[in-house]
Design a binder for this molecule. Structure first.
Ligand code: PSU
Ligand code: MN
Length: 291
């Protein structure tokens, strides 16, 4: 595993570092927007006085703190999508691999990074049994993950129940209803926090009493990027039928749904997705500065 000089220096000097995942770039966003998004997210981190650490695997080497050339190299080499359990496979086979929420959380925590920003976490899918590694990883990893909740492509009730079963504390940032990405807020109650310091305090309290799991911060998206529930439900119905017809399963399900949503919405979900990523990164920076 290699930690870039910038990130190493920041960690040694106790400067605030924010981790970012590479699956959202390689499998969650289309080319060439993904490269642009990487640059924009790094800029948000620097503008908020923190150091970005984008994580991925290049020819079997885990890199904490990918630079732009490395992100391009990763995306151009058809990386596999790895959760925590597949990290050793990608390393031993010297593969290119993009890290999901689970693997990025794990690699961040073993590097000493305490805050990680992403778009949405994986959870419990509707229909066929399919539960993301993300939840299990968050149950045993010491990190704060800032997300926009999860997408309504998932079963929100079951995802929230699973997060509880696996003892992942979920807090809404300035909301006591769980956010569901472009759809705005669900009607599912969660505990709320009012400022970044409260989140940092929760994290510190958790560590003082030796609770190992992550804190999942759910950050609602700005009103102007909300897309109506009815519209998204129509798309999800279409996509779910396609998934059955094409027999898409496992790891392929989430990337397929994300790319079809972009197509069916004429790019509107993409615009929302980019806006919420930036919003989450900004909040992650505020939290990192309070740790
Ligand atoms: N949900 C999104 N955008 C994403 C992902 C999920 O809205 O990019 C990615 C994340 O990397 C997440 C992964 O960790 O998909 C979950 O995949 P799966 O459902 O296969 O566990
Ligand atoms: Mn799955």
């Amino acid at each position: 595993m290699i930690i870039s000089d910038k990130v190493k220096n920041a960690l040694n000097n106790k400067l605030p570092v924010v981790a970012l995942e590479s699956t959202v770039l390689a499998h969650g966003l289309p080319y060439p927007e993904n490269i642009k998004v990487f640059e924009e997210l790094e800029k948000v981190v620097y503008d908020n006085d923190c150091i970005p650490a984008t994580i991925g695997i290049l020819k079997g080497t885990v890199k904490i703190g990918l630079d732009k050339e490395e992100v391009i190299e990763l995306i151009n080499n058809n990386p596999i999508k790895v959760g925590t359990r597949e990290i050793p496979y990608a390393i031993a086979k010297k593969m290119y691999a993009a890290t999901t929420v689970s693997s990025t959380a794990y690699l961040s925590s073993i590097s000493g990074i305490k805050v990680f920003a992403t778009g949405g976490i994986g959870g419990v899918h509707r229909g066929e049994w399919d539960v993301s590694q993300d939840i299990i990883e968050l149950s045993k990893t010491n990190i704060i993950v800032v997300s926009a909740g999860c997408k309504s492509i998932l079963d929100i009730d079951k995802t929230l129940e699973f997060l509880e079963t696996f003892q992942v504390l979920v807090v809404g940032y300035k909301t006591n209803l769980f956010p569901i990405f472009y759809n705005g807020l669900s009607d599912k109650p969660i505990y709320s926090v009012e400022n970044p310091k409260e989140i940092a305090d929760i994290f510190k309290s958790k560590n003082e009493i030796n609770i190992k799991s992550a804190v999942l911060v759910a950050n609602k998206i700005s009103e102007k990027y909300v897309i109506s529930n009815n519209e998204i439900e129509d798309y999800i119905n279409i996509i779910e039928n396609e998934i059955k017809a094409k027999n898409i399963k496992g790891k392929e399900v989430t990337p397929y749904m994300l790319s079809r949503l972009v197509e069916l919405s004429n790019g509107r979900t993409l615009t929302s997705n980019i806006a919420l990523l930036k919003n989450n990164v900004k909040l992650a920076c505020e939290i990192a500065k309070n740790i």
